[in-house]
Each structure stands twice: as structure tokens, then as C-alpha cells.
Design a protein around this ligand. Sequence first.
Ligand code: ZN
Ligand code: ZN
Length: 246
Amino acid sequence: MGAVHTLLKPVIDFALPPRCPICGITVDLDHHFCLTCWRSLDFLGEPFCHGCGVPFAYERPADWLCATCLAHPPEHDGVRAVVRYDDISSLIAMRLKYGSRLGLANLIAKNLERFAKDICERTLIIPVPLHRWRLWTRGFNQSVLIGRALSKSLDVPMSLDAVLRSKATPPLRSMSSKKRQKTVGNAFVLSAHSKALISGRPILLIDDIYTSGATTNACAKLLKRAGASQVLVFCWARVLNDGEAA
Ligand SMILES: [Zn+2]
Ligand SMILES: [Zn+2]
């Protein structure tokens, strides 16, 4: 199989030159955007809030929290998002979700690697689970696709059944923050074996889009209760409300 793969690879490369996942023009390398699309994405980086990852306009100490996190400290230990959620980054998320473009998961994982400086061999990747009905209609969980690609590139294990979704939840977008918390608060459970798996380990919790944080916070709460030493949220895009971004 390995030999066949090696033999076929140059032919496949010749037949399918890598393309920019946004506009489709040919690019030099796999899993890369073209320069125009790369410039139009709003990449997020330091300085940002230690709690929720919201970017700051100017330098602050590394453990600085924004006003929202000071008032309501999140259960997790930080959010690392590749880009701001906007028309272009949402296109990538939509294609990952509905277009079966699995190569996008590799591209997202590649872009998340810059946040993974401190991961250790005990780190465990856990994707935010989908309810089995949604999994059944879609066929896959987009967070698992990102998690799997990241697990491969960082060489750390992933667990698909440590956290389970016990309840299908309606879209949270139009709900107040209290209602969101209530809706997803009891939507997740830990599987029977997960405590032994999670206890004392740092966790990378993977989601495609970080919106209000209610979903990831509910998962982080369970993971912390099971003894996780740290829960960092890794996602492709983060929603920033007007005035939140630098
Ligand atoms: Zn492009
Ligand atoms: Zn914050």
C-alpha cells in the first residue's frame, strides 16, 4: 500500500494542484490560502484576554482578563482562535461543515499549531461532541475533523467519547446569555471511563466556532470536575461583537 501510494503521489499532485480554499486559485503549497485571501482574513493573536481570547488594543500583562471575564470568570483556561468570525472565515466553517472538504481540517489544524507551544505528551484532545441525531444527519462532526488533524500534527492523542452530548440543543444565537447557559448547561455528560482518562491532564477542547462560549464552558466545567489540570479551547474562528476587537 505504501509503495503504491508513493508511486501514485506525483501523478495525483500533477492532476490536482493545490488550490486556495476560499477563492479556488492555484497556490504553491497544500493547505495554504492565496495571498489575497490570506490578507483579507483577520488573524487573531496577542495581546488577548487570558480568559476568553478577545483581542486587546494594546499590550497588557499575559494573565490580564477583560471586564467580562473579570465579572464572570470562564471555566476554561483560555480561548485560542485562528481568525475573527466574518464573511470569509465563516465560508471556511460552512465548507468544513457542509461541503465535505476534509482538507480544510488540515489547514485549520496547521493554523492552530502556533498556539500549541506548551502542549506536552500528556495533553489530550477532546472535540466538542455533536448529538447523535445531528451526527447521523451530517455524517461527521466538524470539530472531530479539526481534532483529528491536530492530533496527527501535534502527535497527541484524541478521545472521542470522554464527553458525550446527552441532549440535542436548539441554535443558541438568539438567546440571552443566561438562557444559553441553561440550555447547554446539562447537555453534556462524562462517559464512565473518562475520569481516569482526564484526571491530571491538560485538555485541548476543540470547536469550530467560538460564539458566546456557553457550549465550551459547559464542557470545560465537566472536564475540570473530572480533574483536568487545564482546559484550553482551540477553534477556527471567534465571534467578536462590535467594539470587542482591537
Ligand atoms: Zn484565495
Ligand atoms: Zn475575556
